[in-house]
Design a protein around this ligand. Structure first.
Ligand SMILES: [Zn+2]
Length: 50
């Protein structure tokens, strides 16, 4: 299920799993917004690298 979700968004890979929203990164898990240099979500702890 999660793999399908990712593959549908495969055209946007430059930030490895983050959603893009107005020059911010948006966590796909909780929807929290972070600066472009964020490496993990400080709200729910999600990380694109795990
Ligand atoms: Zn999050």
């Amino acid at each position: 299920m999660f793999d399908e979700f990712l593959s549908q968004r495969g055209h946007n890979m430059d930030s490895a799993g983050w959603e893009d929203s107005y020059n911010k990164k948006q966590c796909p898990e909780c929807g929290g917004l972070h600066d472009s240099d964020a490496v993990e979500c400080t709200i729910c702890g999600w990380s694109p690298a795990r």
